[in-house]
Design a binder for this molecule. Structure first.
Ligand SMILES: [Ca+2]
Length: 203
C-alpha cells in the first residue's frame, strides 16, 4: 500500500503536469499574437462582468458578447391577433442598457384584432417583464369583431435590481378583465420568446 501511493504520486506531476504547461504556453502566445483583440478569453485589466474581453466602463453591451436584435414589429396570434411596434425604452431603442432599480418609461404602439368566434368576449393585451411580472394591460375590453383596435401605450416601470438580461413581452389574455379576481400577474404564465418586443440589459 505504501509503495503504491508513492508510485502514484511520483508519476502524476512529472507526466501530465509538465506536458500541459508547455502546451498552454505555446498556444496562448501564438493565438493572441495572431488574433490581436478578437480573442474572447483575453482577460482585460479591469472589471468585465460579462467576460467578453471588453471592460465594463467602455462596453456598449455589458450583457454578453453579442447585443441581441429584435424586429421593428412583433406580431402574435391568428384569429385573434396583436402586434407591437415603435418601441422606445427610456427614450432609446428597443434593446437598451439600464441601471439596476432605475425608474424608466417605455412607449409602444399596439394593435389588437378579434376575428375569432367569441364576439362577446373581453380581451386584454398584457405587457411585462420576463423574467418578472406583468406590468399593465394596454387594452382591456370587448373589441368589435374584425376591426383593428390600436393605440400608443406608455408604461412606467422600475428596472430589476438584479443585473442581467430581461425581456419585455406581450400576450393576448381572455380573462373577465385585467385585474379579475385580484390578478396582477401574467394570465396563466409569461409569454414565449417569440413575443419579445424589448430587451433590457440591467447593470
Ligand atoms: Ca464586458
Amino acid at each position: 500500500m505504501f509503495l503504491a501511493l508513492c508510485a502514484g504520486c511520483a508519476f502524476e506531476p512529472s507526466g501530465g503536469g509538465g506536458d500541459q504547461l508547455v502546451l498552454d504556453g505555446g498556444d496562448g502566445g501564438g493565438s493572441s499574437d495572431g488574433n490581436s483583440t478578437t480573442s474572447i478569453d483575453a482577460t482585460p485589466p479591469c472589471p468585465d462582468g460579462d467576460q467578453d474581453g471588453i471592460c465594463d466602463a467602455s462596453d456598449p453591451w455589458p450583457c454578453g458578447a453579442t447585443q441581441p436584435t429584435l424586429p421593428a414589429m412583433v406580431s402574435i396570434g391568428s384569429l385573434t391577433s396583436a402586434s407591437i411596434s415603435n418601441v422606445s425604452i427610456a427614450g432609446d431603442g428597443r434593446v437598451v442598457v439600464v441601471a439596476a432599480g432605475a425608474a424608466i418609461t417605455y412607449a409602444a404602439s399596439w394593435t389588437l384584432r378579434d376575428a375569432g368566434f367569441c364576439a362577446s368576449c373581453p380581451y386584454q393585451l398584457e405587457v411585462g417583464l420576463v423574467s418578472g411580472n406583468r406590468q399593465a394591460c394596454v387594452y382591456d375590453a370587448n373589441p368589435p369583431q374584425d376591426q383593428t383596435q390600436s393605440g400608443v401605450a406608455t408604461v412606467q416601470m422600475t428596472a430589476p435590481t438584479t443585473p442581467g438580461l430581461y425581456a419585455l413581452r406581450f400576450q393576448i389574455a381572455q380573462d373577465f378583465s385585467c385585474n379579475a379576481f385580484g390578478r396582477s400577474n401574467w394570465w396563466f404564465g409569461p409569454p414565449p420568446a417569440e413575443a419579445t418586443f424589448g430587451m433590457l440589459c440591467v447593470r
